[in-house]
Design a protein around this ligand. Structure first.
Ligand SMILES: Nc1nc2c([nH]c(=O)n2[C@H]2C[C@H](O)[C@@H](COP(=O)(O)OP(=O)(O)OP(=O)(O)O)O2)c(=O)[nH]1
Length: 138
């Protein structure tokens, strides 16, 4: 998990690492690029397995950050992927904190609103160990 920097929307809250999909990019390619940029971790896009998604409005529930409250009603959809293999040890590249947490403890962490349903989806996914089904991919 990564802690959002001061001065941004949802500052100080812990989120799943990732970021926006660039024009012309697939969601998987964006996830790989963001993991490299944010945590210096190398991933194979073919090894990513979809875990779940969460949908809401940009800025909903945020009190801090420059953009808070002034965003209109833009939709935000977060996609969560699992990867069983990667290259390198995750180290935050952008000055904030990055830390491993057990999936079961994520509910106690202060997170932006959409990361809670993502954490629930992850717990269900791990319980059923769907990764076995994709053993050749992750
Ligand atoms: N993780 C997460 N982000 C949320 C939620 N609600 C919400 O408005 N956001 C915002 C925060 C960010 O502006 C945006 C996610 O984009 P992002 O991960 O690329 O974060 P960012 O804009 O701070 O980073 P960057 O593109 O500048 O690198 O969505 C939420 O519930 N969870």
């Amino acid at each position: 998990m990564q802690q959002r920097p001061e001065g941004t929307m949802h500052a100080g809250l812990w989120e799943f690492p990732g970021g926006k999909v660039d024009p012309g990019e697939s969601a998987e390619d964006a996830a790989v690029r963001e993991m490299e940029e944010e945590l210096a971790v190398g991933l194979d896009p073919a090894s990513l397995v979809p875990v779940g998604f969460a949908s809401g409005l940009l800025g909903e529930g945020s009190t801090g950050g420059a953009a808070g409250g002034a965003l209109g009603r833009r939709a935000l959809v977060l996609l969560l992927y699992a990867a069983r293999g990667w290259e390198g040890a995750p180290v935050s590249q952008e000055g904030g904190q990055a830390q491993w947490y057990a999936a079961q403890s994520l509910g106690e962490l202060a997170m932006p609103p959409l990361d809670y349903p993502l954490a629930d989806a992850l717990k269900i996914w791990l319980k059923h160990d769907f990764s076995e089904k994709y053993a050749d991919r992750c």
